[in-house]
Design a protein around this ligand. Structure first.
Ligand SMILES: [Zn+2]
Length: 480
């Protein structure tokens, strides 16, 4: 729990390891987990809008993925029901019956076809004969009578005890054998969070990291996304936009299988993928950022690339590191939350990140501008620290620390005060972030740097010369 107090410090400790292997699993301490508020109430208002239906084509370990949006939305009970249909269940263990199988047996062939071809019908059918108008308009966030009824006997929680290591290995073999057979749905990239403000550290939606200083919200990059999975729903090989880090918390449900490529094999891996999809590479040099291409661990082993693996269970975190290609799939009904983040070390990486230009909403971060803001924030922090030390020397420190609400660990230590722990820094970052948050454009405007000098906060003296940030060499100035 002590290690969990500071997210940036924790990442710093595991950074060298993560930068070698690509992904790291972190199991939170029980004190952190038991303090999480119940998510049941939040889940009532969740709508899984237009999930993607994933079509995977290919053979012999080489596949590509096509996503087609399903034109309907699901409440969580509806989603769970779909994940329990026999088409979306893995084969049972020997001697057991597949989930959802026995309800299917009772249906006549015509009826079965109708339900399977259009999942959307299931809710409509259940309202037939009742007096609920099917197109009743729902007021803001209010559940219809039918939806309320769905939640009455609904427990979002999931008993994952069947997912023993042996069972997960068995399912891995089945996944790669039958990957093209059914078309799983994935409620991916849904803006939202199941965390509340009660969780101070390792809150995926409010992670203490340098992307908070962007001064704007980039959905899924510095604001959290939710992911609703089912058996076989897949994320193909990719690295993060701008070669950022990412963190993924599995709130509940079946495990996620993850694969990663060690950073030392990054180039060789890329070249193998490029030789499999030469046309895609010709069209876009960053074609793996399209998250469309899938090769099996066996195929990669046959090509001399070792694949790192882990099984991500509910209540656990997985962190991905820059340049670590990763992919994976869900083993059943589950819900995860993830976001990108960055460290100061990343600033150098981000400045050189290659971007896919063919996707119109591709993420672009003005790294120079961010580095500049961080530098100013640090300068302010140093100045505050210096002034406090001077005051301390004058014997006048007592009033400043106790009255200004500097919280315990952030006062006058060698490390920087936490950005959300210090009123001074909170002010600094607001002033330095010249852009209104939530402006919605996924491209950071570079212009704000130029006027920064005129809007210096009171804490920064004008006597220290401001660096010109128009050349990238200033990024190196940001001190560690
Ligand atoms: Zn592209």
């Amino acid at each position: 729990m002590e290690q969990f107090q500071s997210f940036p410090k924790f990442i710093k400790k595991i950074d060298d390891y993560g930068m070698k292997v690509g992904i790291v699993k972190v199991i939170p301490p029980p004190e952190w987990t038991t303090a999480l508020p119940d998510v049941a109430e939040k889940l009532r208002s969740i709508r899984i809008r237009q999930p993607i239906v994933q079509h995977i084509n290919g053979s012999q370990g080489v596949f590509s993925q096509t996503n087609i949006e399903k034109q309907r939305s699901y409440s969580l009970p509806q989603w769970r029901k779909v994940t329990e249909e026999s088409d979306h269940q893995p084969p049972a263990r020997r001697g057991e019956r597949r989930k959802g199988a026995d309800s299917k047996l009772r249906l006549s062939p015509q009826k079965r076809q109708r339900t399977m071809s259009s999942v959307a019908d299931s809710s409509a059918e259940s309202t037939q004969g009742s007096d609920i108008p099917q197109k009743s308009k729902r007021r803001n966030g209010e559940l219809s009578a039918q939806e309320s009824a769905e939640f009455e006997n609904f427990d979002y929680r999931f008993n994952a005890s069947e997912f023993t290591p042996e069972r997960c290995e068995e399912l891995e073999r089945i996944y790669w054998k039958t990957i093209t057979y059914n078309n799983p749905m994935y409620g991916a990239d849904m803006l939202g969070s199941l965390f509340t403000d009660a969780t101070k550290e390792w809150n995926v939606a409010h992670l203490d990291n340098v992307l908070n200083d962007l001064g704007m919200d980039l959905p899924g990059v510095n604001t959290a996304y939710l992911y609703f999975g089912m058996w076989k729903s897949t994320f193909s090989w990719h690295v993060e936009d701008m070669d950022l880090y990412s963190i993924n918390y599995l709130h509940f449900g079946a495990p996620k299988q993850w694969y990663s490529i060690s950073q030392k094999d990054e180039k060789r891996f890329f070249n193998i993928m490029r030789s499999e999809w030469p046309d895609e590479y010709k069209k876009c040099k960053e074609f793996l950022r399209h998250k469309t291409f899938l090769v099996s661990p066996k195929y990669l082993a046959d090509h001399g690339i070792k694949v790192n693996k882990l099984v991500h269970n509910q209540g656990e975190f997985v962190i991905t590191f820059p340049f670590g290609y990763h992919s994976g799939y869900n083993l059943g009904y589950n819900c995860a939350e993830s976001v990108n983040f960055a460290t100061e070390r990343w600033l150098q990486i981000g400045a050189r990140a290659k971007k896919c230009k063919c996707v119109s909403d591709a993420v672009d971060i003005d790294v120079e501008d961010l580095a500049y803001k961080l530098k100013m924030k640090k300068r302010l922090a140093r100045r505050i620290k210096r002034e406090m030390e001077e005051k301390q020397n004058d014997g006048a420190i007592a009033a400043a620390t106790s009255q200004e609400g500097m919280s315990g660990d952030s006062s006058c230590q060698n490390s920087l005060p936490k950005s959300n722990g210090s009123p001074f820094l909170g002010m600094a970052s607001n002033v330095l972030n010249g852009v209104e948050p939530g402006s919605g454009t996924p491209v950071v405007q570079p212009a704000i740097v130029r006027n920064e000098k005129q809007r210096l906060p009171a804490g920064i003296s004008d006597t220290e010369p401001l660096q010109d940030v128009s050349n990238s060499s200033t990024i190196g100035i940001v001190d560690r």
